[in-house]
Design a protein around this ligand. Sequence first.
Ligand SMILES: [Cu+2]
Length: 403
Amino acid sequence: MTKFINPGLTQTSRRNVLRGSVLAGAAAMSGTAAFANQRRSAIPRIQPPAARFIKAEAQAQVEAEPADLSGYTRVKQELVAPPFAPEHEQVATGGPKIIEITMETTERLMVVDEDTGASVWALTYNGSVPGPLIICHEGDMVELTLRNPLDSQMEHNIDFHASTGALGGGGLTHIFPGEETVLRWKATKPGCFTYHCAPGGAMIPYHVTHGMNGAVMVLPRDGLKDADGNPLRYDSIAYIGEQDYYLPKDASGEFLTYEAAGDDYADSLEAMRTLTPTHCVFNGAVGALTGENALQAKVGETVLMIHNQANRDSRPHLIGGHGNYVWETSFSDPPLTGLETWFVRGGTAMAAMYTFEQPGVYAYVNHNLIEATLLGAAAHFVVEGSWNNSLMEQVVAPRVFET
Ligand SMILES: [Cu+2]
């Protein structure tokens, strides 16, 4: 399971971060050798994709008509750590809402695999990988207060794939350590969507592959439905974030450790260029959803499995079960039914619904089985209830056959 280790970071100010950017700039000008020598202290300053464009957008919204917020009710949503979901209604009651949420861009040292000692200075929303699940209904507005703690090493932002405009909000949410910003966006498309940090250039995959991603579920106001329009309801949500890590190793193959977030930047870029992850894990670490951390359910219960993968394709499979209803894309489209394995396009979140019919342990895996068994992409559902022999029965226990 993930471990919170007090970051013990030296207090950092915007000036320290800028000092890092000066070093990075010098390294860029003097070539890679200089960059390699200085990389321990150089955290490159984020280059927003188009600083001028962003300024222009900020100006454009000042000049635009103010949003019409009449008819909206304000509510707070308390975000919770994965694999859990915040309290929510499956069918919206009342008119549209402005859903207020708060997230902190926390940088923390996490153990990825206790067996090998692999660790990462995770870049997170609210301290978890993935970041918390946000739930709203189509037509609601999400109003996020995003806060970057003073002891952060880096600047962060957020790109909501569910939103419209300004790089998904990424262009309006760049915050330095010690800063906060508030962004409000309207949920116009129903479905599950990823969100992630996107500070510019190579920093985008660096932040995303250090854990800085999560999911928003935008439910239809009248809830989920099958192809005939019949309501579909769930008893619980299992929120699973698949994370590919590219952790640097030394010459003898041991995982490297670093003193502070960002110290691994140059080494990580080298590892990322291989496009070969060292780990593909669910919820931040090997074993985060197995053993005593396994997901729980009962026979007859319906679980909505929400799977987020912000960087890479995946193909979830519930061993011993099925995807009864699967929305790989929009909730506006009829769900696929009766699937054995479903598809997560890299850079999306999606949902699959299943009602458990037998007790036992079900493994939920990425059915690239190398990634599941060697890289960590496996979770367990422990399901209680009575066995149904008409669905499956061991007619003959293993025995030596007669020759
Ligand atoms: Cu970030």
